[in-house]
Write a protein that binds this ligand. Sequence first.
Ligand SMILES: [Zn+2]
Length: 289
Amino acid sequence: MPELPEVETVCRQLEPELEGRRIESLEVADPRWCRPMTAAKLERALAGRTIEGLARRGKYLLLGLDGEQTLVMHLRMTGNLVLVEGEDKPLSYLRARFVLDDGRELWFTDPRRFGEALLLGDAELDAHFAPRLGVEPLSEDFTAEALGVMAAGRTAPLKSFLLDQKGVAGIGNIYADEALFRAHLHPLSPAGSMKPEHLGDLREAIVAALEAGIDGGGASIDDYRDGRGEKGRMQDEFLVHTREGEPCPRCEGTIERIVVSGRSTYFCPDCQVKLRRRPRRRRPVRRSP
Ligand SMILES: [Zn+2]
């Protein structure tokens, strides 16, 4: 599933190509892509519109349009947004196709059909994302203190804590594993057990893991392709993710796989510290006799 680095890669590649282009037409091949809006209504709404930019929020792509509207797209499990030129159209599973004024086409492909699109007014964006997404980890707002506020009192394992988009936005299964390894923290440690030094380490580790993913052009374990239809390289550079049974890149340990929140989780049991749950303050424990 594409995470922040994959979506950011697509965004950085396509933004300069799309900015200022006019959408001649949109063809929605799969009405499920934009429901509850009908395909015909979205096609009418986007025809003739000028693209003002492409941005990212969490794992969402935001196609800014003239007239103060934004098409919010999510790639979900297997979606790809790819700029297609000339006769070269190798991608299948087409769900929507934008024909641009320079003859090129923007394709949203998606074998498993979980990806989606939603047309919103620019003024509605903040209210739309507020209940869904927390802090952007590559922004100045992402500090150790902010992470501490989020984690305080949380008994959920760190892995689950990082997957929650309402805390830190954009992290998924890959980069949660990579960040926890970089921070020397065991994925089953309770989030609320982190001390100030752990918070600082984890903040730095999250940023480093995400930036490595962006530098690697994203990870193509399954269906992910970048904005040009090419595979990413990050899957060859994982420190622990998918590396079960391989030697730890940092110590003499061996990478193990466990399941946390239903997700495969990879870590080194020898150099990732399992923090103890901190005792709760001022709350008497009643035991039944
Ligand atoms: Zn290790």
